[in-house]
Design a binder for this molecule. Structure first.
Ligand SMILES: *[C@@H]1O[C@H](CO)[C@@H](O)[C@H](O)[C@H]1NC(C)=O
Ligand SMILES: *[C@@H]1O[C@H](CO)[C@@H](O)[C@H](O)[C@H]1NC(C)=O
Ligand SMILES: *[C@@H]1O[C@H](CO)[C@@H](O)[C@H](O)[C@H]1NC(C)=O
Ligand SMILES: *[C@@H]1O[C@H](CO)[C@@H](O)[C@H](O)[C@H]1NC(C)=O
Length: 245
């Protein structure tokens, strides 16, 4: 009886991963191990046009179930000309995503909304370059699974050439994101009007965020819900092996 129950548990888990709720499995805010970079108003303030440098480098992606994404990147690269002088880059993008049946995930940014802040301290005289940024991103496929060690959901994206990216972990579900509408609709709109409507958009986004039941991940703490999920998976896998051998 226990075996049958566990077998069904496994079947449900497998269906969950392989089934048509791939979009649902992406849903949330994901961040790399540093746990410092998160999409949302803490990273980019579109009203003040300000990208805010997190305390450590990392990557964060958010996905909604209805096809929107947001991306926050804080990368520090070594400078080929002077290893003591690293180059830092902050990137914000948002837009919509397509998920093909074969698992390929394409991120289509709203071109006018993306921003990049590039800082090359030994060559830019202390003035970082702030500019627009738009880059369509294609991931060949992705995998969402429970990370046994951390006991949290892990998202593994694979680049277009199939190489794995740094894994990310679920930080918020529902996701922490700025409004998904175009934030900088036209260049010609009077700037004060634009700012005011942007401000209300962002405020609305923040209010939505506070209404969510998003829970911040606690690294030093194994969430019992996820842990149970993982354990059930293990029981299921054990029984599955028992059944087929
Ligand atoms: C999935 O389909 C798209 C377009 O049909 C293609 O570009 C992509 O390479 C396919 N992905 C895989 C993993 O085969
Ligand atoms: C998008 O990026 C390309 C390449 O950097 C650039 O030529 C183009 O003007 C950008 N589009 C917008 C709307 O910013
Ligand atoms: C930095 O300042 C020096 C001296 O004022 C100047 O010669 C150089 O062109 C500046 N570099 C940049 C990237 O602005
Ligand atoms: C996070 O972990 C710390 C240290 O173990 C603990 O004191 C704190 O209560 C935890 N917070 C949550 C939200 O679980």
């Amino acid at each position: 009886m226990l075996q049958i129950y566990s077998f069904f548990t496994l079947a449900i888990l497998v269906a969950k991963v392989l089934g048509d709720d791939l979009k649902q499995s992406l849903h949330g805010t994901w961040t790399t191990k540093s746990n410092q970079v998160f999409t949302g108003p803490g990273f980019y303030d579109p009203v003040e046009e300000l990208l805010k440098e997190p305390s450590l480098p990392g990557l964060s992606y958010s996905f909604t179930e209805d096809g929107h994404f947001e991306e926050a990147v804080y990368q520090v690269k070594s400078n080929p000309r002077d290893p003591k002088c690293p180059i830092a880059v902050l990137i914000y993008q948002h837009g919509t995503y397509d998920l093909q049946d074969n698992g390929t995930l394409t991120l289509n940014p709203i071109k006018v909304d993306g921003r990049q802040l590039l800082s090359d301290p030994c060559n830019d005289n202390g003035t970082s370059t702030y500019s627009r940024y738009n880059q369509t991103e294609v991931f060949k496929w992705f995998l969402v699974q429970v990370n046994d060690y951390h006991g949290v959901y892990e998202l593994q994206l694979y680049e277009a050439d199939g190489s794995p990216m740094t894994p990310m972990y679920l930080a918020y579900r529902p996701p922490s994101m700025l409004p998904t509408e175009t934030l900088n609709p036209t260049e010609s709109a009077s700037s004060s009007n634009k700012k005011r409507s942007l401000r209300s958009l962002v405020r609305r986004g923040l209010e939505n965020r506070h209404r969510t039941n998003a829970v911040k991940r606690n690294d030093s703490f194994v969430n019992s819900k996820y842990f149970k999920w993982a354990s059930l998976g293990l029981v299921g896998a054990g029984s599955f092996i028992f059944l087929v051998t």
